[in-house]
Ligand binder design. Sequence first.
Ligand code: HEM
Length: 174
Amino acid sequence: MSWAVKDTAVVRELRELMNLTPAECALLAGLQEDAKAVAPALVEDFYGRLLSHEAAKEFITDQKRLGGTLANWFVELFGGNYDDAYAQKRLNIGMVHVKIGLPVRYPLAMVDVISMHGERVASKNGEEAVKAFRKVLALDVATFNQAYESNQLHHLTELTGSERLARRVLTGLA
Ligand code: HEM
């Protein structure tokens, strides 16, 4: 059943799986201004770490522009509305990284910087808000990764002419 879930429906499915409630969404939405205030420090930590790593650094082109997009991305985590439009936007962001040939381990390994700053913001609204933030961040990480997996499945399906076969190749069962 899981393979039949595609595109933005993946985010809908995960929202249900994680039981992200309207109350949790509201708690996060109340913190968007705080997230804006913290975003510059997050961007500084994020690029500070990436730029000190030779292989990851190769991908950083325009740090100023990238910093702005990362800050927006962080503030939108506290948007409180994780609907299909949000899902599409986040899938597209994942796809941007697929297209530049960035190994997924780099974005995944940077999540701790985001959770550190995000949890600090969320803690202003108590433990429930921290829990809500963890859910939304997990949702985003899963969506980011989904863009990579969907891309692989799409190309393998084109190559093999069958999604069923493509899935078997991906799992090593072919
Ligand atoms: C959790 C981790 C990350 C997040 C949330 C993130 C977020 C973003 C966002 C929002 C954009 C703008 C996408 C658009 O144009 O619509 C972007 C672009 C980009 N990111 Fe990331 N990013 C992450 C990790 C990384 C890492 C680890 C690298 C490099 C080592 C990287 C390199 C880039 C580059 C080069 C672009 C610009 C691509 C282009 O427009 O040509 N990102 N990122």
